[in-house]
Write a protein that binds this ligand. Sequence first.
Ligand SMILES: N[C@H](CCC[C@H](N)C(=O)O)C(=O)O
Length: 278
Amino acid sequence: MEFTKMHGLGNDFLVFHGHQALPDNVSDLAVKWCDRFFGVGGDGLVFILPSEKADFRMRIINSDGSEAEQCGNAIRCVAKYVYDHKLTDKESITIETLGAGVQPVSLKVENGVVQTVRVDMGEPILDGLAVPTTLEGNPVLDRPIEADGREFNFTAVSMGNPHCVIYVEDAPNFDLGTWGPKLEVHPYFPRKINVEFATVTSRDRVEMRVWERGAGPTLACGTGACATLVSSVLNGLTDRAAWIGLKGGDLYIEWNEEDNHVYMTGPAAAVYQGTIEA
Ligand SMILES: N[C@H](CCC[C@H](N)C(=O)O)C(=O)O
């Protein structure tokens, strides 16, 4: 199967186009192909499929084989792919996702190549039971959670996929590897959860590191950046637009007061094309 290796701020994927549906053994293939030693290496597989409701449809499989409802960095890669491969000549397109409906995407094109992508990520879901968590509350805001004897406070936000945002002293140096996996599978989260550790440095900047559900530590998480901005506004820590500083780079996130939609702006890059045996 032919693929294009792409990334959004180092959150990297094998991108496939030209298929009508996911391969039957896509979970096994994700585990095998995302392995960084025995496979191509990646945080997940992304399939660009036909859609009856939008210009294109995206499905995302994490490196552990689980399918996610949404993926911010991947949707920017999909937008770049379809324009650069001349599957569309529009600079405003729509992409259907499993968990966030149809999303408008606008492309910033320079010299005929997509440089940055702005995605309407839709409205955040704040009702605790809908994120989902087992907790009542709309929102579930700054609530205690205990893992292995240590207590944190978290805010729950869904962008179609679930997120748990926790504020810490120094996110870039936080012990992500110890606490991320424990919280990912905490009993509060029936579908597990993406865990963001964040440090607010000003009203328009937050440093964040992410332990992703089904993928572990990644260099960037688009939906996680959106969840972190929404959480920071709800907790009174930032304005409604801010830079989210990730290990792989920065994303600009806005939570529009008029339409309640979250907008994400950032880059997408293609690295190489290849073929791989199923
Ligand atoms: N691991 C995530 C999916 C990928 C999200 C992330 N890579 C992004 O850019 O939003 C989940 O299971 O919800």
